[in-house]
Design a protein around this ligand. Structure first.
Ligand code: HEM
Length: 276
């Protein structure tokens, strides 16, 4: 990435940090600054608008109910390329913003080999080499980047179909639809991963922070880079604390039960004496 785009990105982060705020409380880490959150949600909004208008054009028979949302069939068709274009522009800024942490490394190749275990939740902790993003997240990012280029080229060919050869328009239809299906699949998995599969992730795109526990569980190498502490040690400490807490609760319950038993025995002895 050229130094001009890097400088632009750094300046944009600074400007957005002045407009919005991110509060990082004790036990939390900053994950996504305001600028990143703004780009992510702009990309998401225009992606969903493109998806909805695209579905309505692709199969009016199935998705006719969507067209009134956009002012009728003709307007839906007219709006779709504009939504797609705005999505591409926002994604371009997001691409620059995330280019460095999305670089593919040997750790990501290892992650891909362990993907089965990740999907089936076989381990409590990610491996020590998982950084800011894991291999699956990077794969999704690069799939969007490739799809965005395909969407743009094929979309422009279909938009200006009277100025280009017929065969290029026909091929564009197929590629555009295949890219959309790929993105739809990825989008569904992405929502699941960002919410239900990994509780505590969604808030990172709302208030920008995650808990340290989340960081050492899912991204140990990133946790180490920002705190200087080992994820494994943090996990073991938390486990010990949890066990000590459990022991203390059990001891308190046992003491409480024995006090209650003594009191009820004394009460029943007293009432027996009163009766005799
Ligand atoms: C509308 C529902 C969406 C939700 C709930 C959601 C949630 C999230 C969250 C919580 C993260 C942060 C993950 C982390 O820090 O580890 C994230 C990252 C990301 N989002 Fe979304 N997102 C949504 C839509 C989208 C859309 C439509 C796109 C693009 C088409 C997108 C692209 C990305 C990418 C590339 C990342 C970074 C890599 C990753 O975490 O997979 N998101 N999203």
């Amino acid at each position: 990435m050229s130094s001009t785009t890097e400088r632009f990105d750094r300046r944009a982060r600074g400007e957005f940090a002045r407009i919005g705020t991110t509060r990082v409380h004790r036990g939390e880490l900053l994950r996504h600054p305001v600028y990143t959150r703004f780009l992510h949600w702009s990309v998401a909004i225009f992606f969903i608008l493109s998806l909805l208008t695209g579905f309505a054009i692709y199969s009016p028979w199935l998705f006719q109910f969507l067209t009134p949302l956009f002012g009728g069939g003709a307007r839906t068709r007219a709006l779709h390329p504009w939504f797609g274009l705005i999505f591409t522009v926002f994604f371009l800024f997001q691409f620059v913003n995330w280019f460095a942490p999305m670089a593919w490394t040997a750790a990501d190749r290892r992650w891909m080999k362990r993907m089965r275990g990740y999907v089936t939740n076989q381990k409590r902790l990610e491996e020590e080499d998982v950084g800011f993003f894991n291999g699956g997240q990077k794969l999704y990012f690069w799939a969007i980047a490739i799809s965005a280029v395909l969407f743009l080229i094929t979309g422009l060919l279909m938009w200006f179909d009277d100025t280009v050869p017929r065969w290029s328009v026909a091929v564009s239809y197929v590629i555009h639809d295949l890219a959309a299906l790929l993105m739809l699949g990825g989008f569904i998995i992405h929502i699941y991963e960002g919410t239900a599969h990994q509780p505590g992730t969604f808030r990172s795109m709302i208030n920008g922070t995650v808990t340290e526990k989340w960081a050492w569980t899912h991204h140990p190498a990133w946790f180490k880079a920002v705190t200087g502490r080992s994820a494994r040690e943090a996990y073991d400490r938390e486990k010990r604390r949890h066990e000590e807490r459990q022991r203390a609760v059990r001891a308190w319950e046992a003491e409480y039960d024995s006090r209650e038993n003594t009191r009820s025995e004394t009460d029943s002895n007293r009432s027996r004496k009163d009766l005799s």
